[in-house]
Design a protein. Structure first.
Ligand code: FES
Length: 126
């Protein structure tokens, strides 16, 4: 059963060039995120632009540029590589979107909040 720090959806509902949004919660903290499918590669990011911290999608669930080759922040136009989250144009070039762990479990996409910093699970990853 999905807990509040985990989000699941059927992969088929996020075809190439599409995205989906979700919210995760842990210890009273809410994280808004989104998953994108870029040419069959799924990635999940926190929905927060590193420029000034606004969500990327002023128009809900609109993350791709018109040509579908990049992600774009609708506030000031920062452009990001879909598979790395690296900003390649706009006011925060060189910054990155914050990635969230995503696993494809059969036909299901699973995104979980990473373990809190300093937890035994986080220490094992270091
Ligand atoms: S807030 Fe995203 S480019 Fe300024």
């Amino acid at each position: 059963m999905a807990g509040p720090d985990e989000w699941r959806c059927a992969a088929v509902t996020v075809p190439p060039g599409h995205s989906a949004t979700f919210r995760l919660e842990r210890a009273g903290r809410t994280v808004s995120g989104f998953v994108v499918n870029h040419d069959g590669h799924y990635r999940a990011y926190v929905n927060r632009c590193p420029h000034v911290g606004t969500p990327l999608d002023l128009w809900p669930n609109e993350f791709f540029t018109e040509d579908g080759r990049a992600l774009i922040c609708s506030t000031h136009g920062a452009v990001y590589e879909p598979t790395s989250g690296l900003c390649t144009a706009g006011p925060c070039v060189g910054d990155r979107l914050t990635a969230l762990p995503l696993v494809v479990d059969g036909a299901t996409l699973v995104v979980r909040l990473p373990p809190p910093t300093g937890s035994p699970a986080a220490a094992a990853d270091e």
